[in-house]
Design a protein around this ligand. Sequence first.
Ligand SMILES: Cc1ncc(COP(=O)(O)O)c(C=O)c1O
Length: 378
Amino acid sequence: MKKATKCVHAGGIPDKYSGGVNSPIFTSSASDYLDKEEAPYPRYFNISNQAAVAKKLASLESGEEGIVFSSGMAALTSSLLAFLKTGDHVVFQDEIYGGSHAFIEEHFDRIGIRYSFVGNDISDFEAAILPETKVIYIETPTNPLLTIVDIRRVAKLAAKHDCLTFIDGTFATPINQKPLDLGVDVVVHSGTKYFGGHSDLCSGAVITRKSLAEKIRKTAVCYGGSLNALDCYLLERSLKTLALRVEKQTRNALEIARFLDNITDIKQVYYPGLKTHPGHAIAKNQMTGFGAMLSFEIGNPNITATDYMKNLKLVKPAVSLGGVETTICDPASTSHVKVSAEVRQRMGISDGLLRLSVGIEDAEDIKQDLIDALVSPF
Ligand SMILES: Cc1ncc(COP(=O)(O)O)c(C=O)c1O
C-alpha cells in the first residue's frame, strides 16, 4: 500500500458487531483476566484502540511496532530512559525542541547519565562519542530553525560505535521522511502536532523494531504515559487524512517560503525547500517533501515580532503546530522558553524569530495576511 492508502486502511479494529467502517471504541479499564496471558489495561499499552492506531503508525513508518503515548514528551522520556542507566553517555544534537533540551539538562545530571550537546555536522557527533555512549539523538528538520542533519550518516556512525540512533521526526512526519528506512533505530513523534492535526489532542508515539519496542513498553508501563481509548480513536481518525493534510501543507509552505524570501522587510527565511538553505541538498536526498514549518525574521526595526503577530488577521498566534489552521509564534517565549537565553543564542534562536506552521487554507489568503501585517505602528 502507498502512504495515502495506509493512512486510511492500515491498523484499525474490525467492527464485528455492526459491520461499520470505523473502529469501535473500547473504553473498559477493567477486563476479564482469567485464561489470558495479560488482561487489557490502558497503562499496559495493550488495549485494542491503542493497538489500532499503533499499527497504522508502524505501517506508515515501515517499522515493526508502534506504541502510542499521552504526549510527545511521554514518548520521548520513556523510550530514552528504557535504554539508559547511571554512567551511560548520550550525544544530543544541541538544536532540538526546547522541552527535550530542558528534560536532559534538568534530569540527566541527577540520574548520573552524562551527555554532550553538539552541532549539526557529522564531525560534531563523531568527536563527542565516548566508550560509554549508548545513544545518538537527533531532530531533523529542527524546531524552530529547520536545520537538516544527514540521517544516513549519523545512523551509520552510531551503528559503527554500537549505539542506537533516536530521531524526533515530528516536523517531517512519515509523509515527508522515513527515518527507519535510512538506518535509524527509534523514531519518536509528538502526535499533538501533525498526527492529531486539528489542534485538539495531546499524544505521542514511538515506532521501532520488536526487540526495542518490548524494552520501551516495559519502561513506559512504569512511567504511565499511556493514551486513553477515546483519544486513541480521535488520533486514528485524524491519521486517515494525514497524507492529504501534510501534502497540501507542504505545498503551501514552499509557496509561502518563496514569497517571503522576496519581501524586503523580511530579513531571513529558514525553509529547507529554498535552494539557498544550507541543508537543501541533504533534505532533497532524505525527504520526499520539505515539510510545512518555516521560520523568518523581520528586517524592519520599526516592526517588532509581537506587533507583527497582533497585526495578523487570518494567521493565529498560538503555541504548538501542525494543525489545519496556519499559526505563528516566537520560539523564544514559547517552544524554547525553558531554554536559557545563552543556549538560545548558541542555537541561533533570536528574540525576533517567528515560526510559522502552515495550514491547509488557500496559500493566496495566507500570503495576503502575512504581507498586510507588515505595517509599522509609526
Ligand atoms: C519537535 C517536538 N518534539 C517533541 C515535542 C513534545 O511534544 P508534546 O507537547 O506532545 O509532549 C514538541 C512539542 O512542541 C516538538 O515540537
